[in-house]
Write a protein that binds this ligand. Sequence first.
Ligand SMILES: [Zn+2]
Length: 300
Amino acid sequence: MDYYLTVEIGGTQLRYGVVNEAFEAVEFEKEPNTGFSEAKDKGEYLAGLLNPWIKKYGKANFHCISLCLASLLNKERTVNYNSPNIKGLDNISLTGILEKRLGMRAFMERDVNTVLLYEIMKGNIDPAGIVIGIFLGTGLGNAMCIDGKIYIGASGSSCELGHIPTAGLDEACGCGKKSCIELLASGKRLAELAKNKYRCPVDKIFTAHGKEPDVRSVVHMAAIATATEITILDPNCVILGGGVMETAGFPFDLFEQIVRENLRIPNPRQSVKFVRASGDPAAGIVGAALNARGKLLTGY
Ligand SMILES: [Zn+2]
């Protein structure tokens, strides 16, 4: 067997591909996630996209299908509890549906976790100790890898950094509770500012309005959340990525300065090491293959 069939179900896009044993995407496609979101039969929809590749490479040559998505999952990674941006995916087993439909093993993981696995490989980062990923995109994503292994927590719901409570904030979050820091520190917040206040495309928000206090506040709140996690964990390395950080003019210097100002002296203020994520579009799907390899090696 030589290949992994992989799918990334993101907040706005569906990406899918075939990844080889060298962890290179030999096939890669993407489309808006609306088709999948609207599909009544999710298994049928994905099978329609993937079957041409199963035919081309031969079913017997695939280890498995491996998914990654922005979803709260159970500890066993077999049930999707809650995916705010995709319809019809709450409280179902997408892996179960696909195993039945495609007749191959299926694995599933949070997208931020597979992206972190990819970035550690791509950046040749020493996986010893703790490596964390901060992914500022539609939401404020976070992942943690300890000695090369993704940390998922006691119930499978670790690293929900975007949903830590913020004193004085009473707004409701899409996750079902109130006062989550992500309401102030996310691409969603920037998109609101771009649309309702600055009336500009969101990808121009930093170049055209980056000095405005409310735009800087988004950067500030994301930095505060990041500093909180670094204060607790003192990680070896912090990988910074996500759509907002890839936006032209994102103020990395300001972000890193605010994080450091909020860390203890002398360390980790001086010692903390930041690495920029690659921004590779195939990071999630290649990471999904890395995740599946880990599961298969440990006989999961
Ligand atoms: Zn929340």
